[in-house]
Design a protein around this ligand. Structure first.
Ligand SMILES: CC(C)(COP(=O)(O)OP(=O)(O)OC[C@H]1O[C@@H](n2cnc3c(N)ncnc32)[C@H](O)[C@@H]1OP(=O)(O)O)[C@@H](O)C(=O)NCCC(=O)NCCS
Length: 199
């Protein structure tokens, strides 16, 4: 399945184009992780070099095939529809399971932070997820972050993932986490049972 998503330009930033990760992205992926402490601290599987990067990309490739994990690379879109630099990663995790619940994850490349990239990419992913699965197939999206990851908390707030509860720490993350939730546009409020757990 090949899916292309877009986020409109803002007054200060070009449009974004989001597409499934490809093997050819490995060099840019490794570059993003190189020496970036927040990425290593706040995400589950740091990428250390090309071999690691290829494994990371293979997990995404297999996820798309199995329909269990949809990872998108986000690029700035240059005039003429040309793909510019890699700026972010967003992912939809474990949709289509027994429970109509899935989880989202994201990061922004260090050089692109503080310009609303993650919220715009996450909004595009959220919209696609709810449209793809419909209100019966996907009632809500969960977003988890460590309590002290204030930048991620801001992304959740900007994208209307409402704070729901604080969850106890779970390895490999040392601190408690925030659970934020965004419900499908037509979903009725209901009891919560957390099925995810990665940040
Ligand atoms: C969290 C993260 C995805 C935010 O992405 P972003 O594209 O910078 O998002 P925004 O531009 O909306 O900024 C969000 C917050 O980051 C902080 N921020 C602002 N400028 C920043 C900069 N230059 N560098 C780092 N953080 C900055 C601010 O708190 C901002 O909130 P504000 O807009 O209310 O001031 C990004 O910091 C990141 O990739 N962090 C490491 C990985 C991570 O934490 N992923 C989430 C795991 S749950």
């Amino acid at each position: 399945m090949s899916v292309i998503l877009r986020a409109e330009a803002t007054a200060t930033a070009p449009p974004l184009v989001l597409r499934p990760w490809r093997e050819e992205d490995v060099t840019a992926l490794v570059e993003v992780y190189r020496g970036d402490e927040p990425l290593r601290r706040w995400t589950r599987a740091p990428v250390n070099g090309i071999d690691d990067g290829l494994r990371w990309l293979d997990v995404r490739r297999r996820g798309w095939r199995a329909g269990t994990y949809f990872g998108f690379a986000a690029f700035e879109e240059l005039p003429g529809g040309v793909e510019g630099r890699l700026v972010a990663n967003v992912a939809l995790k474990r949709p289509g399971g027994a429970a109509p619940v899935a989880e989202v994850g994201y990061w922004t490349a260090p050089a692109a932070r503080g310009r609303g990239v993650a919220p715009r990419a996450l909004e595009a992913l959220t919209d696609w997820a709810f449209r793809t699965y419909g209100p019966d197939g996907l009632h809500r999206l969960d977003l988890l972050h460590q309590v002290d990851n204030t930048a991620s908390c801001r992304v959740a707030e900007k994208c209307r993932f409402l704070y729901e509860s604080t969850l106890p720490a779970r390895p490999p993350f040392p601190n408690d986490g925030h659970l934020h939730v965004r419900r499908a546009p037509d979903a009725a409020p209901g009891p919560l049972s957390v099925v995810g757990g990665s940040m």
